[in-house]
Design a protein around this ligand. Sequence first.
Ligand SMILES: [Zn+2]
Length: 311
Amino acid sequence: MQDPDRLSRKYAYQVPLLEEFKRWQVNIRFLKQPPAESDEQRLLVQIQGVIVEYEPARIMERARRGRLYWARQGHPVCGRVPYGYRYAQRERNERPTVEVDAEAAQVMRQIFGWYVTDRLSGQHIAHQLTNREIVPPRGGRSYWDPSTVKFILTNEAYVGSWYLNRFRMELRAEQRRPRVCVRQRQEWIAVTIPALIGSEVFLRAQEIRASGYHQGPWPLTHPETHLLRRLVVCGNCNRAMTSLNSTNGDHRYYWCRGADPHRIMAERSWCPHPTVSSPELDAIVWADVVSLLSDPELLLSAWQEQHQIDK
Ligand SMILES: [Zn+2]
């Protein structure tokens, strides 16, 4: 074997492995090292193991600090540029700068226009973009996901402040893959880039998002007519169900998002659940709520239970 770190990158595993080999009288020879026969030599192998584990973490941390330093000087040397921008061509020694990608910027403005002026929902906008065969950002996917549209609509970069150091990876004990977490706002580093839309348009989009009323792929002309709007979950696949109505408003129903052709093309998990009539489901749930509320004993016991919990 070349080096002890070929045995395992994690020092913690190296020692038990070496012990185990020794127990079965298997001799391990490291080509780049003298045979570990004396205590000193064994110590050397162990120290090397610790350093091998420590080194990549140290390099990564140093690189991260370097990127943060340059970001604070206004040079974005890390992170993917937001959709609508690209890194400018540069000479070898020049620091990177960001410029506008005219084509993508046009699409980005269209997204804000649809959202703010036409009041289309993120999902509807994603459909429009996919149908027009516009290439989604960051490759990979062949379709626009509503979450990508949402990410664009909430990105302050478009009014001139691109925030770096916004996210960090966090690995919790029970999870196999690290999770992306948003850092505290005071840790973000703002880099000034060309604004692509006016701040009034951006603020209007945030207001609309907060109010939560948009038109779906089929205009939701009377959102108040769906009693269980945003509350229904598909019994088949657990996805949230969307509230819809027919264009003339005569038919109202809930629709599983797993039946959305654009979304399932990539996920390969089409949900066969049929649409559910909104008046019928609303009537059943409402009748149940009324019967629960008209039972004084049940109300009293529920109140007492809640009271106990609050104490
Ligand atoms: Zn479903």
